[in-house]
Design a protein around this ligand. Structure first.
Ligand SMILES: *Cc1c(COP(=O)(O)O)cnc(C)c1O
Length: 362
């Protein structure tokens, strides 16, 4: 071993592997592997980047003032309690740095987003997974795992990759059952896609106490994943901690400009939501028709579970789809070897996906 070893725990981190973007030998591909917006970014966001480009020698506004103002207006919340980040992944990491360390536990649910255990390990804390029921976070199991070492509970709502969500009363029950010394982080990366009346992204819970944070991202419905932009709505002391810890220029000027423009493009936003509302149930029906299991999803993706008999495994389906230029996401890293996750794209993409899968299953 080199005398220059990283801190204990760092080499236990299984590196996060993003969705593939290319297949060797395929020129045109259909990428349904990372839940990126079906139509690309809003034309207004692209235009805002063009306009901001000549000034990119200037450091960005370290306060993200215009963006936080626009977010405050859009969501009816106090901009002083918003902290922007280099993607919400950065905010997840900063929350771990601020509130957890060696000897502490960071709680998440069994099929929760993989960045939570990664971020926990990066600060030397121990990730603890609570079992799920029917691929859904279980409030009693989560509360049952809380110990005097627990510092943070991360919950994606809706969750990626399962698509399941907890309704507002379950979320309140979770918050009410937590000691005030545990920070509940509600990762609402897919909030914009949820249509259920009993869902709440978490603003009320943040307002109702000192130990709840909600994180959001511009990577999914706003389709700005390449620019890296996320934000957290926080109790003032948590915002204060994050603002001390973050880099002063953690959000680029182009990301700030694009974020403001994307928020203003409500027509484009509605078009993306409508596309999802049409093609998510269409895709689910077709998949069920092929004899596949598709748990309900509140996000812009579907988990597809394969029977595993007669060669109809997720692994074989993944290879078959790739040979047709279609990239979905294998779920082995989540312990769901029997599943693929497919992003809901545009009409022609979903038709090509279903056509290829029909051939595979026949
Ligand atoms: C995609 C995703 C994020 C990451 O968002 P970035 O803002 O791109 O870092 C966070 N949480 C969940 C659950 C996601 O699926």
């Amino acid at each position: 071993m080199s005398p220059l070893a990283p801190r204990p725990g760092i080499l236990d981190i299984a590196p996060y592997v993003g969705g593939l973007s290319a297949i060797e030998g395929s020129e045109t591909i259909i990428k349904l592997s990372s839940n990126e917006g079906a139509f690309g970014p809003s034309p207004k966001a692209i235009e805002a980047c063009r306009k901001a480009a000549p000034d990119m020698h200037r450091y960005p506004d370290s306060q993200c003032s215009a963006l936080r103002g626009a977010l405050g207006d859009a969501h009816g919340i106090d901009p002083a309690r918003i902290v922007c980040g280099d993607g919400s992944d950065e905010l997840i990491g900063l929350l771990c740095q601020a509130y957890a360390g060696p000897g502490d536990q960071v709680l998440y649910s069994q099929y929760g987003f993989l960045m939570y255990p990664i971020a926990a390990k990066s600060v030397g804390a121990t990730p603890v997974a609570a079992p799920e029921t029917n691929l859904t976070a279980d409030v009693d199991e989560l509360l049952g795992k809380v110990t005097d070492k627990t510092r943070i509970l991360f919950l994606a709502n809706p969750n990626n990759p399962t698509g399941s969500y907890l309704n507002a009363s379950e979320m309140k029950r979770l918050r009410d059952g937590l000691p005030e010394t545990v920070l509940l982080v509600i990762d609402a990366a897919y909030a914009e896609f949820v249509t259920h009346d009993d869902y709440d992204a978490g603003i009320e819970l943040v307002d109702g106490g000192e130990n709840v944070v909600m994180t959001r991202t511009f990577s999914k419905i706003y389709a700005l994943g390449g620019l890296r932009l996320g934000w957290a709505y926080c109790p003032p002391p948590v915002a204060d901690a994050l603002n001390r810890l973050r880099g002063p220029f953690n959000v680029s000027s182009l990301a700030q400009a694009a974020g403001v423009a994307a928020l203003s493009d409500t027509d484009f936003f509605k078009r993306c939501r409508t596309n999802n509302n049409i093609w998510r149930p269409w895709t689910a029906n077709k998949l069920r028709g092929l004899g596949l299991t598709v748990p309900p999803s509140a996000g812009n993706f579907k988990l597809v579970r394969f029977p595993g008999v007669r060669g109809k495994t997720a692994e074989a389906a993944d290879a078959f789809l790739k040979s047709h230029g279609i990239i979905t996401r294998a779920m082995g890293a989540y312990g769901l070897d029997d599943s693929l996750r497919v992003t809901i794209g545009r009409e022609e993409e979903m038709c090509a996906f279903i056509d290829a899968l029909t051939e595979f299953m026949s």
